[in-house]
Ligand binder design. Structure first.
Ligand code: NDP
Length: 278
C-alpha cells in the first residue's frame, strides 16, 4: 500500500509558489490576497490564521478585513466592490460561513471572477464545466495534485466520487473527467452504493460521514482518497474512510490528518500566484 503524503506534497506546492512569487517580485510584480472574515466563529478564525501564515511563507502579501458579526450585507458588498477595483489586489477570499443577515450567494456573486481564488463564483464553475481556463476550487484541485504527483494513472480508469456538493463532489467529478477518467457520482439517493464503489479504480469519499467507507466498499488495489474531516471526541481527527480497515485492501490511500487537508491552503496559494497570469 502506498501512503499518499499530503503534508509533503502540499509543502512542495507551497515551495513552488514561493519561488514563483519571488521571481515575480524580481520583475516588480506583487501578489496580494484580501481575506474577509465576518464575525468571530472560532473555526473560521483558525482557517483565516492558517491562510495568513501560508501567505507569509510564500511571500504573498495578505490584507485582512475582520468585520463585526452584525456587519450588514451592503457593507460587505461595498468592500468587495472596492477590492474588485483595486489593481494591487489579485485575489479576494470571503471566509464562509457568513452570519445569517448576509446572503452567501450574493457575496460570492459579487467577487470578480478574475479575483475568485476560491473558485466558487458561477463564472468559475461554468469555466470548469466547459473546460475553459479559470480558478479551480481548492480542495478538489488539491486532490488532482495528490493523484498526479503520486503517479496514479487516471486515463480510462473508473473513478467513483461519493458526494455531490458544489464545493467538493461536483467539481471533483468534473476535474476527474478532465483527467480522462470514467466518472460515476454517488449521493444519498444512490442505490447499490457499495457495489458501485467496489468497481472503482479511484474512490473519492466526500460524504461527510465519519469512517463510513470501510473495506467492503473498496476493490483490491484501488486508490482511495478521503476528503472528509471530522473531529472525534478526544480531539482526534478522522475522515470519511475507516483508514485502519481499508489500508490493507487499497493500493494507495490518503491519511487523515495529513492527506487532502493540507492541500486546500496550498492550492489557494497556487491560485493566488497564478492570478497574475490571467
Ligand atoms: P456536504 O454535506 O455538502 O455533502 C455531502 C454529500 O454526500 C452530499 O452530496 C450527500 O448527498 C452525500 N451523502 C451523504 N450521506 C450519504 C450516504 N449515506 N451515502 C451516499 N452519499 C451520501 O459535504 P461537503 O461536500 O462540503 O464535504 C464533504 C466532506 O469533506 C466533509 O467531511 C467535510 O468536512 C470535508 N471537507 C474537507 C475539506 C478539506 O479541506 N479537506 C474541504 C471541504 C470539505 P445528497 O446530495 O443527496 O444530500
Amino acid at each position: 500500500m502506498k501512503l499518499i503524503d499530503g503534508k509533503a506534497i502540499s509543502q512542495q506546492i507551497k515551495d513552488e509558489v514561493k519561488d514563483k512569487v519571488a521571481k515575480m517580485k524580481a520583475e516588480g510584480k506583487e501578489v496580494a490576497l484580501a481575506v474577509i472574515l465576518v464575525g468571530d466563529d472560532p473555526a473560521s478564525a483558525v482557517y483565516v490564521g492558517n491562510k495568513k501564515k501560508a501567505c507569509e511563507y510564500t511571500g504573498i502579501r495578505s490584507e485582512s478585513y475582520e468585520l463585526p458579526a452584525d456587519t450588514s450585507q451592503e457593507k460587505v458588498l461595498a468592500l468587495i466592490d472596492e477590492l474588485n477595483n483595486r489593481e494591487d489586489i489579485q485575489g479576494i477570499l470571503v471566509q464562509l460561513p457568513l452570519p445569517k443577515q448576509i446572503d452567501e450567494k450574493a457575496v460570492i456573486d459579487a467577487i470578480s471572477p478574475d479575483k475568485d481564488v476560491d473558485g466558487f463564483h458561477p463564472v468559475s464553475v461554468g469555466r470548469l464545466s466547459i473546460g475553459e481556463k479559470g480558478f479551480l476550487p481548492c480542495t478538489p484541485a488539491g486532490v488532482i495534485e495528490l493523484i498526479k504527483r503520486s503517479g496514479i494513472e487516471t486515463e480510462g480508469k473508473h473513478c467513483v466520487v461519493i458526494g455531490r456538493s458544489n464545493i467538493v463532489g461536483k467539481p471533483m467529478a468534473l476535474l476527474m473527467l478532465r483527467e480522462n477518467a470514467t466518472v460515476t457520482i454517488c449521493h444519498s439517493r444512490t442505490k447499490d452504493l457499495k457495489e458501485i464503489c467496489k468497481s472503482a479504480d479511484i474512490l473519492i469519499a466526500a460524504v461527510g460521514k465519519p469512517k463510513m467507507v470501510d473495506r467492503s466498499y473498496v476493490k483490491e488495489g484501488a486508490c482511495v482518497i478521503d476528503v472528509g474531516i471530522h473531529r472525534l471526541e478526544g480531539k482526534k481527527l478522522c475522515g470519511d474512510v475507516d483508514f485502519d480497515d481499508v489500508k490493507d485492501v487499497a493500493g494507495a490511500i490518503t491519511p487523515v490528518p495529513g492527506g487532502v487537508g493540507p492541500m486546500t491552503i496550498a492550492m489557494l496559494m497556487k491560485n493566488c500566484a497564478e492570478s497574475l497570469e490571467a
